[in-house]
Write a protein that binds this ligand. Sequence first.
Ligand SMILES: *[C@@H]1O[C@H](CO)[C@@H](O)[C@H](O)[C@H]1NC(C)=O
Ligand SMILES: *[C@@H]1O[C@H](CO)[C@@H](O)[C@H](O)[C@H]1NC(C)=O
Ligand SMILES: *[C@@H]1O[C@H](CO)[C@@H](O)[C@H](O)[C@H]1NC(C)=O
Ligand SMILES: *[C@@H]1O[C@H](CO)[C@@H](O)[C@H](O)[C@H]1NC(C)=O
Ligand SMILES: *[C@@H]1O[C@H](CO)[C@@H](O)[C@H](O)[C@H]1NC(C)=O
Ligand SMILES: *[C@@H]1O[C@H](CO)[C@@H](O)[C@H](O)[C@H]1NC(C)=O
Length: 535
Amino acid sequence: MGCRDFFAVCLLLVGAVHATGKLGYPAPLLGETSPGSVWPQPHTVTASPQLYTIDIQAFRFEYLQTSQRCHVADEAFKRYQLLISRSGIKAKFHDKYSTSVISVLPVMITGPCEDMPSLDMKEGYILDVGSNPLLNASSVWGVLRGLETFSQMIWEDPSGQAVANKTHIIDEPRYAHRGLLLDTARHFLPVNVILENLEAMAYNKFNVFHWHIVDAQSFPYVSTVYPNLHLKGSYSSLNLVYTPEMIAQVIEFARLRGIRVVPEFDTPGHTYSWGLGQPGLLTTCYTGGKPNGDVGPINPTVNSSYTFIKNLFTEVRGQFKDKYIHLGGDEVPFDCWKSNPNITTWMAAHNMSGDYAKLEQVYIQQVIDITGAIGFSYIVWQEVIDNGVKAKDDTVVEVWINNHPEVEMAKVTALGYRTILAAPWYLEELTVGEDWKKYYSYEPTNFNGTAQQKALVIGGEACLWGEYVDATNISPRLWPRASAVAERLWSPETVNDVDAATPRLHQHRCRMVQRGIPAEPLHPSYCVFDWMNRK
Ligand SMILES: *[C@@H]1O[C@H](CO)[C@@H](O)[C@H](O)[C@H]1NC(C)=O
Ligand SMILES: *[C@@H]1O[C@H](CO)[C@@H](O)[C@H](O)[C@H]1NC(C)=O
Ligand SMILES: *[C@@H]1O[C@H](CO)[C@@H](O)[C@H](O)[C@H]1NC(C)=O
Ligand SMILES: *[C@@H]1O[C@H](CO)[C@@H](O)[C@H](O)[C@H]1NC(C)=O
Ligand SMILES: *[C@@H]1O[C@H](CO)[C@@H](O)[C@H](O)[C@H]1NC(C)=O
Ligand SMILES: *[C@@H]1O[C@H](CO)[C@@H](O)[C@H](O)[C@H]1NC(C)=O
């Protein structure tokens, strides 16, 4: 008797208790009830009960004669052929479907080949599964999303055959920026763990890896211009650092999956580890007229701070390929600045005595100008705007404070800035039970604003801060809870019914486990596959 039977029996017993109505719960869900369903839900799906056999062992993708041939798609064909052949279905052939076997999916790319994913990339596609199967997209990015969808449509019918329903899908994302923040400063994450989660991101159609790479606790980024930063500021300069080669590997792996890598170098706060390798960068704190041994945020009153930022960010610009960098700017404490007599003198000389928000504004303004001059566009946390900084028009503001985010969304969009929402989706905050429903139900445009303001919302991010997360627990903590955010950001606003989503999400969780991602369970249930023969 396999675990499947065992759990089914257990659940029937549990179900019997529930059926008495004493506990008032609905009957528990048994196993996968939504075979071949896609997560996140595509824009338009027209499905029928007619089935086609998928020849998963010999399956191939082939360009149509008139199609562009692109390297990113070539690589994706190989990945998805392997994934489909390992879908865990035994794939015995039956006569039943012998007239309608699909062993090739023709692919058409109508536009030019692109190499780097961007905020403006086109991710739409049309997918037909039927007697004339076709995946048709204007760019490789649409092809990537369509291949993922196709791979999810294959299921094992009761006779053990790999099949897909006859289906016509027209799909495109609701939002252009669908991000996931991982924090490699509170705990170091090995590169293979980052890659595993990039793979899971592709399974969920996320398209931005927001890499919170350094913070107060550690500086694992290896700078060749300022090597003391990682030599003195990382947890271990021998093996808990990201070399240029490792960073290039992460960017390349992400690129092939249509995922942008946006690094965050958060200043002027959150920089304790920076100061260990760059003396004079941070503010000296004073007590009773004397330095007290503590340091505060970056000193905004000396030119050396800006020279340093310019040199470091110029190196970062050469390495990270995305147009955007995240400049942080959150949670800047003022106490240390207030205690420092040189800063007091400088502020008096610049006619801003006592106005520390103004001082922060002076700092951020210069960093923004430097960053723009070396060719980056930038994302900032909401405090930058709350403190009155005038940012460039193409700045993206990330709303994170979960105290009436709808008020902040209204404010930031009224100022004309493009906005991404993170506040409702801080996944390190744990509650017992099905908290994905809360993430799923948050509607990003639910704020008082004009249609124009709402059009400035370009997406959102699920964030997993790293204080209590490392390689041991990152994947089950993220998946499938982040998947709820993925569907909110990809699917139409009207796809918002938690009950309808539940069996699909359960199915998707099982699919991730089958593919090797240790995604945690949603509720009492089981997955229909052989645990011993997972990828
Ligand atoms: C797929 O086909 C099966 C078998 O004919 C059918 O039961 C199921 O409803 C179909 N799914 C969809 C979404 O139409
Ligand atoms: C692919 O889609 C484009 C745009 O919708 C359309 O013009 C073209 O005819 C389609 N190609 C095929 C082979 O269906
Ligand atoms: C700092 O930079 C400003 C603006 O470039 C310049 O006016 C000033 O003289 C510099 N101060 C020092 C101490 O170098
Ligand atoms: C702070 O001011 C004192 C007194 O003017 C000066 O000796 C010292 O070098 C200054 N420190 C910095 C970091 O500018
Ligand atoms: C100093 O700041 C005050 C208040 O912001 C302003 O009224 C005044 O004109 C400023 N003086 C100079 C010299 O900039
Ligand atoms: C919109 O404004 C109204 C009136 O001030 C208020 O009652 C409502 O809660 C606001 N809605 C949101 C989503 O902020």
